[in-house]
Write a protein that binds this ligand. Structure first.
Ligand SMILES: Cc1ncc(COP(=O)(O)O)c(C=O)c1O
Length: 304
């Protein structure tokens, strides 16, 4: 197996058929490639069991609907395909990537009559960050790229178009020596990282931004439920970037990231003030009791 995702061994489910990995290809004049008319999901498999499969499949269908695209498969059909694919690939611990897109019938921007397609791929993918990150935390860099308001983008969809901002922000963060980016919204409020939601611990309570212009993650909702079951008060609100100073712990949540502690956030002045070029500040955090409790509870839940 090579690192190149186009050249691997295995099978991919494509529009109702299992095909050889290398045969799951598209034409260059596919609407989705030019106009980002595509949505996707990321799903984890733990101990041969798919975690929250139906919630992810429902979100895939809902994301496509946000882009005006009706998928030619039902949620139960897609769930069955994902389960069979994981089994055929002998997957114990891994990752599933469903993706849906508009086909090649037109090169017009409006897409009346284009066909909708769905594929699901599966691969082994144990950790997002290097070993040790789960304990020590990762470094974030506040991006100059911002999440657009709901009037400017289909923010509820897990759509390929939104990830153009994520890629720019992630590249910028890595160039600044950080592991991931933290994005603000158009108002200067905290939102999320490039592929995970954000939580702050403030005076023993859990504070998390209202997901009104970014993805309301499935892991986010699970972790909110876990926190409440431990008697931790959860506050969903708009959080100005300056409030990071009052947090004692910071962590991210996502299917791929799981519960991921954050050890530092840099680039603060750059993004929060209107004086570019000013020396930036970095805040440091330690994973504390709340982060550890929720990380452990989540790790137990996904394998239960
Ligand atoms: C931009 C973004 N935000 C948040 C999340 C977390 O969502 P979930 O917990 O459903 O994986 C993801 C991951 O899919 C993401 O890509």
């Amino acid at each position: 197996m090579t690192g190149d995702f186009a050249h691997r061994e295995g099978v991919i489910w494509l529009d109702g058929e299992f095909v050889r990995w290398q045969d799951a290809t598209l034409h260059v004049l596919t609407h989705a490639l030019h106009y980002a008319s595509s949505v996707f999901e990321g799903i984890r498999v733990y101990g041969s069991k798919i975690f929250r499969l139906t919630e992810h499949t429902e979100r895939l269908v809902a994301s496509a609907a946000e882009l005006g695209c009706v998928l030619p498969f039902t949620v139960p059909e897609l769930d069955r395909a994902a389960s069979e694919l994981a089994a055929r690939n002998g997957m114990v611990d891994g990752y599933l990537r469903p993706v849906a897109w508009r086909g090649s019938e037109t090169m017009g921007i409006g897409a009346p009559g284009t066909s909708a397609h769905v594929a699901i791929a599966a691969w082994e993918w144990p950790e997002v960050f290097e070993p040790g990150a789960k304990l020590d935390g990762i470094s974030l860099h506040v991006s100059r790229w911002r999440r657009p308001p709901p009037e400017c983008a289909p923010v509820r969809a897990k759509g390929a178009g939104q990830y153009a901002i994520g890629t720019l922000a992630r590249n910028e963060a890595e160039a600044a020596g950080a592991q991931d980016a933290l994005l603000l919204d158009h108002r200067g409020h905290l939102t999320e990282a490039t592929g995970a939601n954000l939580f702050l611990v403030v005076d023993g309570e859990l504070h998390t931004p209202v997901p009104d212009c970014f993805l309301d993650g499935i892991t986010r909702r699970v972790v909110i439920g876990l926190a409440r079951s431990y008697g931790i008060r959860v506050v969903e609100r708009h959080i100005p970037v300056g409030e990071l100073e009052s947090a004692s712990e910071v962590f991210l949540t996502g299917t791929a990231y799981e519960v991921q502690p954050v050890r530092s956030i840099g680039g603060l002045t750059h993004a929060s003030a209107s004086r570019p070029g000013e020396v930036t500040r970095t805040l440091a955090f330690r994973p504390g009791e709340v982060t550890r409790t929720l990380a452990d509870a989540y790790a137990k839940l996904v394998r239960s």
